[in-house]
Design a protein around this ligand. Structure first.
Ligand SMILES: *[C@@H]1O[C@H](CO)[C@@H](O)[C@H](O)[C@H]1NC(C)=O
Length: 478
């Protein structure tokens, strides 16, 4: 007993030392009408300022999740989260945006690393291992059941990572504070360890970017995120209950006995990436690698559903480009106030674009951001400007207005799919006297664009991974 805990403790420290450091690191805005153009498309949203500002009251969607077989999604810092430990624990905007930049840096780093690696082994038909660290922890929470008897675990969900893990007892090194009791594998009839020499154990290298360890013949995983959060522990299998009718025995997951980071009181993370250990791959026999979500505004609730049957009917599909690690999409243009911005299509093609549930603010190629910002500033000239915050450089003091007019923004994707953004996806309200354009430019044209979660708010987003397409619908989360 003594020996085994010393050895695993030692292993954990070796794991952590061996991670190399790469990083510096509403309610719904309802339209009051107005701005109708001749073609019927509104050129601006006329909204009450109060509807844009963060609310401390939860206005959940009216959807009956249990009936539809979907999971309820809430923002980790919003008033609808049962993990929310009060206003005092909500990070400042500048802190949120600093973390967001860490995530973006690690996405760019990983894409660069893979590009360099595939150049190197171009001649061999090998899939390059995902080196480096995983991306970050995301902002939205779903509750799933783990074990027998099943224990509810509220998990951050993340399309940018693959491994699912939860904090487990005994916390050999440390566990961060979480709202629910920490999962105890020895109190579950269905928990099993994965052995070191199994094929499953070797899958961890691709899923986590780290070679697995071994402790008394049990496989040990270690995963570290862009914001320097991490989880280390035993790799095991458990019964995963997504909904009453979707129960998966022998689901591979990390039982974390040394965990640290900014998980907002959640019990762990649900990996929705493309790798074979992700929840998308492990449930493929039932759901055919199809999932969809609607990310709510911070003060409301949305859904995460698996399988085609659960999806809303009216979706427009754009190709999901093939890649081993991220969900690449084709952005072809941006419309502001109903008019296409003049951005050469090659601007978006240079480094490509991904859709990510964990990046907050959409990152655009520098030339695209400059065009969007110029158009937006022109449309907002009647409002007094305010100072910027972190990566947001175009802000307005709207505190003396009760109703404001914000130009509409639509994204155009490959296949001619035009997606109008919710007004909450256009401006990011720090406070009434500082309402900012909710976009940022990448620092280099060679950095991949990222369609982030602020822009995805209230849209239905469906990932048909097997079919190679991504669907968008509006008016989700209702
Ligand atoms: C899993 O492996 C660890 C380390 O070898 C051990 O302490 C634990 O009891 C094992 N659990 C089960 C259920 O086999």
């Amino acid at each position: 007993m003594m020996n085994s805990s010393i050895s695993i403790g030692f292993l954990f420290s070796v794991f952590l030392v061996s991670f190399f450091t790469i990083l510096c690191f509403s309610s719904k805005g309802y339209a009051l009408g107005g701005g109708e153009a001749l073609d019927g498309h509104p050129h601006h949203h006329t909204v009450q300022l109060s509807s844009l500002l963060p609310s401390s009251v939860c206005s959940p969607s009216t959807e009956d999740h249990s009936k539809k077989g979907s999971l309820k999604v809430v923002h980790k810092h919003g008033p609808c989260s049962h993990l929310n430990q009060g206003q005092a624990n909500i990070p400042t905007t500048s802190r949120i945006l600093t973390h967001d930049q860490s995530r973006v840096n690690s996405i760019h780093y990983r894409i660069g690393l893979n590009a360099r690696q595939s150049d190197l082994d171009d001649s061999q038909a090998t899939i390059p291992a995902k080196s480096g660290r995983s991306i970050g922890s995301g902002n939205y929470i779903v509750t799933v059941g783990v074990g027998s008897p099943k224990k509810d675990q509220s998990l951050i969900f993340d399309t940018g990572s693959d491994l699912t893990w939860i904090q487990c007892q005994p916390c050999l090194r440390s566990c961060y504070k979480q709202q629910e009791p920490i999962f105890n594998p020895s109190a579950s009839k269905s928990y099993k360890n994965i052995t070191c020499n199994s094929a499953e154990c070797s899958h961890l290298t691709a899923a986590t970017g780290n070679t697995p360890g071994c402790s008394t013949s049990t496989c040990v995983y270690g995963i570290q995120y862009g914001d320097s959060s991490f989880s280390v522990g035993y790799f095991g299998t458990e019964t995963l209950t997504l909904t009453a009718s979707s129960v998966f025995p022998n689901y591979l997951f990390g039982c974390g006995q040394n965990n640290q980071g900014l998980f907002g009181g959640a019990a762990g993370l649900l990996g929705l990436g493309r790798d074979q250990v992700s929840v998308v791959s492990q449930t493929a026999s039932k759901f055919g690698k199809y999932f969809s979500y609607c990310l709510p505004s911070p003060s409301s609730s949305g859904t995460l559903s698996f399988g085609k049957a659960a999806t809303a009917s009216s979706l427009q599909f754009t190709p999901l480009l093939q890649d081993s690690q991220f969900y690449y999409i084709d952005i072809t243009g941006i419309k502001l106030g109903g008019k296409s911005l003049s951005i050469s299509p090659t601007v978006f093609k240079t480094a490509g674009n991904i859709i990510d549930s964990g990046t907050v603010i959409t990152r655009l190629p520098p030339a695209a951001y400059t065009a969007l910002r110029a158009g937006f500033r022109q449309a907002m000239t009647k409002y007094p400007t305010a100072s910027g915050v972190s990566i947001l450089d175009t802000c307005y003091d709207l505190s003396s207005y009760s109703t404001v007019s914000i130009p509409t923004v639509s994204f155009v994707f490959g296949g001619g799919v035009e997606v109008p953004l919710d007004v909450q996806g256009i401006v990011y309200p720090v406070k009434a006297s500082q309402v900012c354009l909710a976009f940022a430019g990448n620092s280099a044209a060679s950095d991949t664009g990222i369609f982030g979660n602020v822009q995805q708010q209230t849209l239905d987003v469906a990932y048909d991974v097997a079919g190679g397409k991504l669907g968008f619908g509006s008016g989700g989360c209702s």
